[in-house]
Design a protein around this ligand. Structure first.
Ligand code: SF4
Length: 245
């Protein structure tokens, strides 16, 4: 569904031209004002999301930020969630999966069905993440997320602004062109609070049973769903904008 009152293709072309070569802070300031009240930021508390939280709150302290509590997150994620809320004096809204869907899934396929095959893994991500995201994004015109092109082969096609076919709204990725170095330079320069698992060898952090530490120099997404091939490593939140383009 299109929640925007002008043809999204026209707006998309305008925004792409306008954002070309711009800094993430400039892009964020524009979209937070342009879509005010109809834009939200999805954080999972990784380094990129913490950078965007810092930038967004400094731009608009009333920015809408949310996270999906899948029910399988590591304890450290709740720790950085609390720390971020206290540090910035903000509310980060938590959304949970439909308990009936979770109960039906785990009572049929077991609690750790994701290890049984890619279809089972996608089913778990669908129930615990994608359907929740769809519910949260309903009624919004744009959402913000911390994807970077460099993160994996599935993310090389992302742009700073895209039309999200899957959920029917604009998707803003202000850090699309940034390197990992730029992310960490920003965190250190601005003393941004960050997830403690980053210091334990986790460059990318998701649900506990589907994330593990990697060796120095290994691909930064290699610790996510490590039993799968690299081209499958998306949870479904970003399928339309990361795999087909
Ligand atoms: S990352 Fe793993 S535990 Fe989390 S929703 Fe996906 S399959 Fe389920």
């Amino acid at each position: 569904m299109n929640h925007y009152d002008v043809n999204p293709d026209i707006v998309l072309e305008q925004l792409k031209r306008q954002f070309d070569g711009q800094k993430p802070e400039v892009i964020l300031a524009d979209v937070l004002a342009r879509f005010k009240g109809r834009i939200t930021f999805a954080t999972s508390f990784g380094a990129e999301d913490q950078v965007l939280t810092d930038m967004a709150v400094k731009t608009d302290p009333s920015v809408s930020i949310f996270t999906i509590d899948t029910g399988r997150l590591p304890e450290e994620t709740f720790e950085i969630m609390s720390r971020s809320q206290a540090h910035y004096g903000i509310q980060i809204d938590q959304y949970s999966p439909d308990y009936r869907e979770v109960e039906a899934m785990v009572n049929t396929f077991g609690p750790n069905l994701f290890y049984d095959g890619i279809e089972q893994r996608k089913q778990c991500c669908q129930v615990r993440k994608v359907s929740v995201l769809r519910r949260v994004l309903l009624g919004h015109t744009a959402w913000i997320c911390g994807l970077r092109k460099e993160q994996s082969i599935t993310r090389q096609g992302i742009e700073m602004v895209q039309w999200d076919e899957q959920f029917g709204l604009f998707k803003i990725c202000p850090l699309a062109e940034w390197s990992e170095q730029q992310v960490w330079d920003y965190i250190r320069r601005h003393q941004v609070p960050y997830h403690s698992l980053h210091d334990k060898g986790y460059p990318s952090i998701g649900c506990g049973p589907c994330t593990r530490a990697v060796e120095p120099g290994q691909d930064i997404r290699s610790g996510r769903w490590w039993w799968e091939e690299p081209e499958h490593k998306e949870c479904g939140l970003h399928w339309a904008t990361t795999t087909a383009h």
